[in-house]
Design a protein around this ligand. Structure first.
Ligand code: ZN
Length: 149
């Protein structure tokens, strides 16, 4: 087993057991709901945007280990970022989990890089990307619930 894959499993286990920023943000000014019917993952993203920056972000819902860990690491990463950076991270994360970490990886992804391991399991990609699509919908002010199908 590669060192990278060990790290991937370690991060998934840790964030699934102890999700960061879990719950609903009471004073959110952006929010969206998302579902991944293929796996049964459900996520609610609540954000507070102040002066174009993400001042607070939380996720709620029920899902598999990968969807929970992905949402947990996402909220950690997005805190304090500008809306523009959040959109850029979405693109980079999408590239990473669909193409893996063999290619060029955006350095600003930080801990998110371990999710490159998901690219080896195509059925899990939707689990990992669900929270990101939902976050994007929240920032875009979309009222439609997000679905990966
Ligand atoms: Zn899942």
């Amino acid at each position: 087993m590669s060192e990278f894959r060990e790290l991937y499993q370690e991060v998934i286990l840790d964030h699934n057991r102890n999700p960061r920023n879990f719950g609903v943000l009471e004073d959110a000014n952006r929010f969206a709901d998302g579902t991944n019917p293929l796996c049964g993952d459900k996520v609610k993203i609540t954000l507070r945007v102040e002066d174009g920056k993400i001042a607070a972000v939380r996720f709620d819902g029920m899902g598999c280990a990968i969807s929970t860990a992905s949402a947990s690491v996402m909220t950690e990463t997005l805190l304090g970022k500008s809306e523009e950076d959040a959109q850029k991270l979405f693109e980079s994360f999408h590239d990473l989990i669909t193409h893996g970490s063999a290619g060029e990886v955006d350095k600003s992804l930080g801990k998110l890089k371990v999710f490159g391991g998901v690219s080896e399991y195509p059925t899990r990609i939707k689990c990992a990307i669900l929270c990101w699509h939902t976050m994007k919908a929240a920032l875009d002010g979309s009222q439609e619930p997000v679905t990966t199908e």
